[in-house]
Write a protein that binds this ligand. Structure first.
Ligand code: FPP
Ligand code: ZN
Length: 368
């Protein structure tokens, strides 16, 4: 029997082409273009494939065109700023990690954009006039912490609002009262870790919920109870385990394994390698579905989580198949490589935290 093999070269060719040319099938993602940059750049860094300098610079110039004159990034040039592409653009620029990339981010305006979407109850809308859900708290906390623009009031009441999204199942819904879902649960937990308030969540019931989302037969994860397995939850769900492990360890839990995360790392790797690869490159939700850059990014991110345990000091690896299947580790909070997180934090922490244009805590003027 042949060993499960990561189709490195095929994935590399697929990703490399996507940085320059997208088929008509991507027209529907015209308002998510910074996401395409992030999904492709992060997949390439996991594969340890460098991006040529000229292409990296072109990506920077494109993302600069997506930045709104009033702060934050939009899904494309001349569109309105939105927290999701802002997260994707900042992550993409931190992966590129050059001075050109860092200098694109207008931190003063980014902070005023974040204040403009902050709500009095601690939540955030995704864009001015848009919907509230827990994704926005993660996008805001991620970009604010990476670029060093956190102010004392920016996240006031946000942890309490996030806690209200955790329901009886143990996971988090998009807003209080909704069904628990892996995508939202990751966002809520990662935001709480950034804000240093993870212990306000019921971590034991969260652990129980996420561990029960790994499918017995397939080895991959489902997003919510009684739904089908999907390769992208290899990250949204399995990515919760490093966060939970760290939080429980910090809280002094002595029953934790020091050898592995609390899920079947081998079974997840088998699901990704055997069921989620397109032979021509790119990864997917489940057999029969088509490949796309979103699933390529999150299947590879989940594969990386399943291969690596611990941090720099305590690092074990469990690689299914040959050593060539090994991916680079990813930072469990930001989902970019840890060196890129460290480099960005080091760069932006030399700069002062901007002073918010409007008085902190004051309701934003929606018409301006
Ligand atoms: C359900 O889709 C999925 C959602 C409603 C949203 C999931 C959220 C994320 C993936 C997180 C996004 C993160 C950021 C940072 C913006 P479905 O009903 O098609 O799938 P399902 O059957 O698997 O639940
Ligand atoms: Zn999916």
């Amino acid at each position: 029997m042949t060993e499960p093999t990561l189709l490195r070269d095929q994935h590399y060719q697929y990703l490399k082409k996507g940085l320059r040319h997208l088929s008509d099938a991507y027209e529907c993602l015209d308002a998510s273009r910074p996401w395409l940059c992030y999904w492709i750049l992060h997949s390439l860094e996991l594969l340890e494939e460098p991006v040529p300098t000229a292409i990296a610079s072109d990506v920077c110039k494109f993302l600069a065109r997506c930045q709104s004159p009033t702060g934050g990034f939009a899904g494309g040039p001349c569109q309105a700023a939105h927290l999701a592409p802002t997260y994707a653009a900042v992550n993409a620029l931190c992966i590129i990690g050059t001075q050109e990339a860092y200098n694109i981010i207008d931190r003063e305006k980014l902070l005023s954009f974040l204040f403009s979407v902050k709500q009095p109850d601690g939540s955030f809308v995704m864009h001015i006039g848009g919907e509230v859900d827990v994704r926005s708290t993660y996008c805001a906390a991620s970009v604010a912490s990476l670029t060093n623009i956190m102010t004392p009031t920016l996240f006031q009441d946000t942890p309490t609002w996030i806690v209200s999204c955790q329901n009886w199942e143990g996971g988090l819904g998009g807003v209080p009262g909704l069904e628990a879902h892996g995508g939202y649960t990751f966002c809520g937990m990662a935001a709480m870790v950034i804000l240093g308030k993870e212990h306000m969540l019921d971590l034991k019931s969260l652990l129980r919920w996420v561990a029960s989302r790994q499918m017995r037969y397939e080895g991959g994860f489902q997003g919510r109870c009684n739904k089908l397995v999907d390769g992208c939850y290899s990250f949204w769900q399995a990515g919760l385990l490093p966060l939970l492990h760290r939080a429980l360890f910090k809280g002094g839990d002595s029953t934790l394994s020091l050898q592995k995360w609390m899920f079947e790392q081998q079974a997840l790797q088998e699901y990704i390698l055997l069921c989620c690869q397109n032979p021509a490159g790119g990864l997917l939700d489940k057999p029969g579905k088509s490949r796309d850059f979103y699933h390529t990014c999150y299947c590879l991110s989940g594969l990386s989580v399943a291969q690596h345990f611990g941090n720099m000091d305590l690092h074990h690896e469990l690689i299914v198949g040959r050593e060539e299947n090994r991916l680079a580790p990813s930072h469990p909070v930001y989902n970019i490589c840890p060196e890129k997180v460290a480099q960005a934090i080091q760069h932006f922490h030399q700069l002062p935290v901007p002073v918010p244009a409007q008085k902190e805590g004051e309701a934003p003027n929606r018409l301006s």
